[in-house]
Design a binder for this molecule. Structure first.
Ligand code: HAM
Length: 412
């Protein structure tokens, strides 16, 4: 016998008994996003490596450390670590700018990041997300955040914290980066190694550092006043203020978190995250924001855009687990032919049904029924001769005998 081969670290099988909640996440996404005018898009799972290097940004952890990259026919390919870059590629390639704005797309599917696995963090995980192209106005930002909250609410998730921030436009951000570097210069040697690199390459990402000694530096009064200060230009400030007023109108509670910078390079202006208080350290169920320069950076026309993605495994861990494995009905009969006919009839009428292929004794079948089903549908000799069936509630032991024609309605 050979060795047993196991599932890879950071990956998981999703088993039949878990599927009910996955269907629910997918069905609600389809219903809610379709109602808001979003069409589903399915892009390939691998793309040219360059798409992510240019799209997500070559100073990000995702591109530097976490990509599954491989070569085929001298081409460098990468399993998608996220889907915004792929959707933008498709938007450009399929000439979607010719469709009158906004172009609204949603997606679901597996993503791949070579991260250190822990609760809520996998190497293969699933995202459901939306992207909207063509609208610069902050009503789009409000719609996107509202859509995320509505979707989460539809799954019964209400204990949520919406955090928002504005990163400003490239111009105001340049000023901020300069000021931030100046105020941090005296502390440069005390920064962690990652932050030393960020200081040179992407100072904004410093704010995202989780290392205690760096966080202490950000608490120094002169540093804090730079971080908490209003660096964004008047136009960006107005865009952000409008968004806040729209969220107020929609009754969406939020907090402004000036440390929220997100781990991908393509964002400008609005960024947001939705956190659940019921998750551990990996508590972000949703992340998103505006990316007005990504379409042109990837060779398309200048097109404002905004979107979000949610981690479905994280959502799953928050959902109320139902026992998905139970059948609606288990047919108990000593007559195999009658059993086969009744099983088919019940299944044809959308009743989740099974029976015992081994057709053991009646009592054995009843035992099995109580383990696997909510109801037993009994076809004993009396029932068969009188054209009736008995329906037994296996939780309460209540039993009624009905005409065969009434079995569906009595089960429902
Ligand atoms: P992200 O913040 O990298 O953004 O990922 C979005 C969500 O995916 C996270 O909030 C988290 O719930 C989930 N997630 C990320 N990494 C993992 C992991 N290793 N294991 C489990 N869940 C994970 C994006 O991906 C952007 N593309 C979102 C976006 C769309 N921005 C604009 N449009």
């Amino acid at each position: 016998m050979g060795n047993i081969i196991k599932v890879q670290k950071g990956t998981k099988d999703i088993l039949p008994q878990e599927m009910g909640l996955w269907y629910k996440m997918e069905d609600n996404a389809r219903r809610i996003f379709t109602n808001a005018g979003y069409g589903e898009i399915r892009t390939p799972i691998f793309e040219a490596t360059e798409l992510f290097a240019r799209g997500v940004g070559d100073t990000t952890d995702i591109v530097n450390k976490e990509m599954y990259t491989f070569e085929k026919s001298e081409r460098s390919l990468t399993l998608r670590p996220e889907n915004t870059a792929g959707v933008v590629r498709s938007y450009i390639e399929n000439g979607m700018h010719r469709i009158s704005a906004p172009v609204k797309l949603w997606y679901k599917g597996p993503m791949f990041r070579y991260e250190r696995p822990q609760a809520g963090r996998q190497r293969q995980f699933h995202q459901v997300g939306v992207e909207m192209f063509g609208i610069k106005d902050s009503t789009a930002d409000a719609e996107i955040i509202e859509l995320a909250v509505s979707y989460l609410n539809s799954l019964g998730l209400n204990d949520l914290e919406v955090e928002i921030n504005s990163l400003g436009c490239p111009e105001c951000r340049e000023n901020f980066k300069k000021t931030l570097k100046e105020v941090l210069k005296p502390y440069y040697n005390d920064l962690c190694d990652d932050c030393k690199t960020r200081y040179e390459k992407n100072p904004l990402r410093l704010l995202d550092c989780k290392v205690e000694s760096c966080k202490n530096i950000f608490e120094k009064p002169e540093v804090k006043s730079v971080i908490q200060g209003d660096f964004i230009c008047d136009e960006c400030a107005e865009h952000f203020n409008e968004l806040k007023s729209y969220l107020d109108v929609l009754g969406i509670k939020y907090t402004v978190n000036k440390l929220l910078v997100r781990g991908l390079d393509y964002y400008n202006r609005t960024v947001f995250e939705i956190k659940s208080n019921n998750l551990g350290s990996q508590n972000a169920v949703c992340g998103g924001g505006r990316y007005d320069t990504l379409v042109s950076n990837l060779g398309g026309q200048e097109t404002p855009a905004i979107g979000f993605a949610m981690g479905m495994e994280r959502l799953y861990s928050l959902l109320e687990k139902e026992d998905e494995s139970k059948l609606d009905a288990f047919v108990v009969s000593t007559d195999k032919k009658e059993a086969l006919k009744l099983v088919k009839y019940l299944r044809d009428n959308n009743i989740k049904t099974d029976f015992d292929f081994n057709a053991k004794k009646f009592t054995k079948q009843m035992e099995k029924a109580s383990k696997v089903s909510k109801y037993a549908v009994i076809l004993g000799e009396d029932e068969i001769s009188s054209g009736k069936v008995s329906v037994k509630n296996l939780e309460t032991s209540e039993q009624i005998t009905v005409d065969k024609t009434e079995v569906i309605s009595s089960l429902k």
